[in-house]
Ligand binder design. Structure first.
Ligand SMILES: *Cc1c(COP(=O)(O)O)cnc(C)c1O
Length: 395
């Protein structure tokens, strides 16, 4: 097999068709560019959906991962390992949270967060019918627990029944949240910036009010930072820009920059009063390979001043997308912060994204009518200019 078409045919004959894939087979990457197997280059404004935050072909990252491969990949969570200990220390430092549980994915981090919240409430009152409030249009993953709290009926319907006792409220509508609170509510879960649902940031007053309600009623606030966390908004975690702190938070995607890792973190109060030995576990989560990747990612965030770059280039992208929106009547809204931004059109965006791909620009949608911008966090103003030049040709 040699051509992309041949590989694509082979893929469609073998892989379960759960994705309508773009017609490209990527081979390798360098910085903010991807190359397909026929040697064409593409400017990447997706970074594997917010995963490859530090760019491709990152020598130091690759070396750190390879060194760990040569040392040892896996032991077991029944033993201690140094990379996981260092990773926990590093992630505590940037998040200000107290306790970490490493997972292999975002969905698993959500599962753990939900279990921790239910256990916390159970230890308080012994009830086994606690409720969780989640948001409409949210996305938390595809496993049963994560799907149950995902605010998109079409994702859930065929797989009913869900885990139960989940209520939905509207993001940025505090009255809708209050209306769902009962004496059984144990947690309120939200994305600080909704990603998949269309790049909708929480409003500051809304999140602060949710925090206040949680404090008053001893309800746990769970923030899903799987997409908007790890530098995307110019903070390590988006909530750090809101003057609130969650009781539990989830992180994944950029955390391993390609090595599949996730984590849920909690405050000491929740840590001391929820999951205990025997309550939760994972074979791979926090293994030495995952730990080594996390340590190196966080080291580079610091060394390369990634947050500063996101703030500067994110502001530049914001200004340029605002200007683009002003030029095009079919762009109805521009939302987001830092390097997680979206343009909402009054029509589907699939054609624009396909055209962009033909012209060597990788973009992705969020819903049918929104183009989502999630570039590597290391992009420059020149990359933004190049992206806009191609995007303009496609509009
Ligand atoms: C991607 C995502 C998830 C699920 O993560 P997986 O690693 O795909 O399981 C959960 N929440 C948010 C906000 C996400 O963007």
């Amino acid at each position: 097999m040699e051509t992309m078409q041949e590989y694509i045919q082979e893929a469609e004959a073998s892989l379960l068709h759960t994705y309508n894939r773009y017609q490209v087979v990527f081979d390798h990457g360098e910085g903010v560019r991807l190359y397909d197997i026929e040697g064409r280059s593409y400017l990447d404004f997706v970074s594997g959906i917010g995963v490859f935050a530090l760019g491709y072909g990152n020598r130091e990252y690759n070396d750190a991962v390879k060194a760990q491969v040569d040392k040892i990949l896996h032991t077991s969570n029944y033993y201690y390992n140094v990379p996981a200990i260092e990773a926990a220390k590093a992630i505590k430092k940037v998040s200000g949270m107290d306790r970490v549980f490493f997972t292999n994915s975002g969905a698993e981090a959500i599962e753990g967060a939900l279990k921790a919240a239910r256990k916390y409430a159970y230890l308080k009152d012994g009830r086994t019918d606690h409720e969780i409030i989640a948001m409409e249009h949210s996305f938390h993953g595809r496993t049963f627990g994560a799907l149950s709290v995902t605010g998109k009926k079409q994702y859930r319907e065929a797989f009913e029944p869900m885990i139960g006792n989940i209520r939905f409220a509207e993001l940025n509508d505090i009255e809708s949240v209050k209306a769902q609170i009962t004496e059984k509510t144990c947690a309120i879960l939200l994305e600080t910036v909704q990603g998949e649902g269309g790049i909708h940031p929480c409003e500051k007053a809304f999140l602060q009010e949710v925090r206040a309600i949680c404090d008053e009623k001893d309800i746990l606030l769970i923030l899903d930072e799987i997409q908007c966390g790890m530098g995307r908004t110019g903070e390590y975690y988006a909530w750090q820009g809101y003057g609130v702190k969650p009781d539990i938070m989830t992180t994944a995607k950029a955390l391993g920059c390609g090595v599949p890792v996730g984590a849920f973190l909690m405050t000491e109060k929740v840590g001391q009063n929820s999951l205990k030995a025997g309550d939760h576990g994972t074979t791979y989560g926090g293994n030495p390979l995952a730990g080594a990747a996390i340590v190196e990612v966080l080291r580079q965030f610091e060394e390369r001043k990634v947050l500063e770059n996101v703030r500067r280039v994110g502001a530049y992208l914001y200004e340029k997308l605002d200007a683009l929106a002003a030029e095009h009547g079919d762009i109805v809204e521009h939302r987001g912060a830092g390097l997680i931004q979206g343009l909402q059109f009054d029509h589907p965006v699939a054609d624009i994204i396909n055209k962009a791909l033909e012209k060597g620009l990788v973009l992705i949608n969020a819903g049918t009518d929104i183009i989502r911008f999630l570039p590597p966090l290391t992009i420059t103003e020149a990359d933004v200019d190049e992206m806009l030049e191609i995007l303009r040709e496609c509009l």
